[in-house]
Ligand binder design. Sequence first.
Ligand code: AMP
Length: 191
Amino acid sequence: MLNIILFGPPGSGKGTQAAKLIEKYGLLHISTGDLLRQEIKDETPLGLEAKNFMNKGLLVPDDVVIGMISARLDAETEAKGVIFDGFPRTIAQAEALDRLLEFKKAPIVLMLALHVNDEALTERLLKRGATSDRADDQNEGIIRRRIEVYKNETSPVANYYDKQSKLVNIHGEGTIDETFALLVKELEEVA
Ligand code: AMP
């Protein structure tokens, strides 16, 4: 299985690039943000709990997210591989993912980390907020907090995979197609 993590701060293009990659490689896209937003829409207990954190720009607790991913992976038997988008976001989540995938004998092959400067991130997210119903994209204070949370809590996850020699850094400030070409170049080496 080709299991890949698409990593990067909010607004770095993970969702956009994941959509293009699954089309090209026939992989499964698992985005914890999308799964959580669906739980909120369905008004499940998990969704109600998650909403309070998401609307403030904070991370949803690890046990909630790990339980959700575990159930999602259990339901999956046929996938050629998975692109994880927005997960793992903490070291505890990375360790839990490694354990889950060890069980399936299908470890993470690569972490592709997108790099975009803070000003461009804020600009992209505000633009997305203007046309989507995502509350967390509509307030500059919340956007800045999400970027801070990424720096403090999430960026150490890159070191975790670097130590396993799986981290590849990607310049993410070009056009969608330019960034996609950089990602494909890396994937061609492992696919
Ligand atoms: P995203 O769609 O990936 O930008 O995620 C939107 C929000 O969902 C984040 O700001 C968090 O509140 C929450 N979230 C998504 N994925 C995770 C995760 N792996 N761990 C904790 N919170 C998450």
